[in-house]
Design a protein around this ligand. Sequence first.
Ligand code: NAX
Ligand code: ADP
Ligand code: K
Length: 498
Amino acid sequence: MKILSAEQVREVDKYTIENEPIPSIDLMERAAHAFTDWLISHFSPKSKVAVICGTGNNGGDGLAVARMLLGKKYQVDTFAVKRSNEASADFKINEKRLNEIKPVREVTTEKGIPLLEEFDVIIDGLFGSGLSREVQGLHADVVEMINKSRKTVVSIDIPSGLFTDHHTFPGAVVEADYTLTFQVPKLAFFFPENAQYVGEWYVVDIGLSAEAIDQQRSHYYMLTSEMISKLLKPRKKFAHKGDHGRALIMSGSYGKMGAAVLCARAALRTGIGLLTMYIPTCGYDIIQSTVPEAMAIPDEGDHFLTSYTDLENYDAVGVGPGIGKEQETVYSLMQSIQTYKKPMVIDADGLNIISEHGEMLEILPKNTIITPHPKEFERLVGKWSDDFEKLALQKDFARKHDIIVVLKGAHTSVALPSGDIFFNSTGNPGMASGGSGDVLTGMITSLLGQGYIPEEAAKIGVFMHGLAADLAAEVIGEIGMVATDITDFIPEAYQQFK
Ligand SMILES: NC(=O)C1=CN([C@@H]2O[C@H](COP(=O)(O)OP(=O)(O)OC[C@H]3O[C@@H](n4cnc5c(N)ncnc54)[C@H](O)[C@@H]3O)[C@@H](O)[C@H]2O)[C@@H](O)CC1
Ligand SMILES: Nc1ncnc2c1ncn2[C@@H]1O[C@H](COP(=O)(O)OP(=O)(O)O)[C@@H](O)[C@H]1O
Ligand SMILES: [K+]
């Protein structure tokens, strides 16, 4: 699913109005219906609702929503924050329509700002995609009142005051519990810095032209199950293990053999035909007894990797989880990178080593997939001042080194050398515990070994990893979830695509 900028949404909006064709007021009605349907399914008609509107089309949506809720017997009070008589044409039409049912209360001065204590739900329709500057004055006071209210806040389209296409400096921005955004996700929603404003967010379909969306050039996408299902290859009846790839994973050190075990289990659950683990000697018995399906080649080093093995015969090689940063391990990584000519998967200490030996970046096989968490990424690229800058760094890094950068987080993003970025939509905070990342490395290596091109392996791996955790959370919840649970639920994640 494409992510579009505010400007692009305006163009799609305009195209839909002209070509469907549909009068803009009817499109607003459709958006308000979609929003209201969601509200009705989440809040009982006993809820007292305050709808707070600006005088643009976001406010127009708010007025239409208020009318629809009144029609469904909700108790609704509507407030329009006005600093002048200027208002969008569709706002004015909806104001007239609502005034015939229940008058809109005008807020023109600070004193007129309503007390929100008596309400259960606050609908935020102050500003949407038309936000052109920071919110100040009367509007800022209203935003503050909404945020202080501690009531359930649902934002229409975008939390008021939030810029979708660049960094928003802390100030007057609505802190929504829920944001229902129209038609396409907005870039700002994917960043941790905006989590407090956006809350839980959902995309609601308001029937904007699919053709117009197709025509918009965007570098940003959200991974969806529809996209993943198109990538997955079914198994053939006469398939044998040799058809599903040979992968080698270099992982583990004394005290960190768990990383190798997790990686191995994840690779197997993701469907690799044959898996070999290259591990320090101390990990030999561990791997052989905990993951009997995998083969093991012990390195000469007892506690950590010191060398490398013949990599030529493997369809995919993953390196990094738990390997540490000993000098001999640096050599081991360097030799592997130099010998293996196909894309690799590099994670964790593999990346920490690279960040201390920048020359390795120059020799990474093209389309290699690196999977840093934000701290590992910072070691590679340096600090950033906000999440938009982090995104730019990720994009540049992928392009400059011709690699795929999978930057992990609540919305893990997959940056391709082409400049395209795919944000994940699966996963949950239950994954925020040690070992979850090792599972991802095993999964992506497995997919690469099975013949998926690197871009596909990264997208499928990231999506399935989060999906497995979501399915695990449905059964065991988030708190007690451990990385092993994610691996255990990988098969169920695949079952969703049967
Ligand atoms: N295609 C879509 O997505 C549709 C969008 N609609 C709604 O239309 C909204 C966009 O409407 P508009 O373009 O009218 O924009 P807004 O309603 O976001 O507000 C724009 C108005 O606010 C003023 N303004 C902007 N920033 C301000 C600030 N910081 N302080 C004070 N005033 C400020 C602008 O000058 C303009 O007059 C969307 O967010 C959505 O809610 C729907 O009605 C239907 C379809
Ligand atoms: N709050 C969250 N929501 C969704 N996914 C998360 C969340 N926290 C962590 N994850 C996922 O869990 C994994 C953690 O990886 P990482 O930080 O490398 O952990 P480790 O090194 O302990 O394995 C990543 O894939 C990340 O996307
Ligand atoms: K809003």
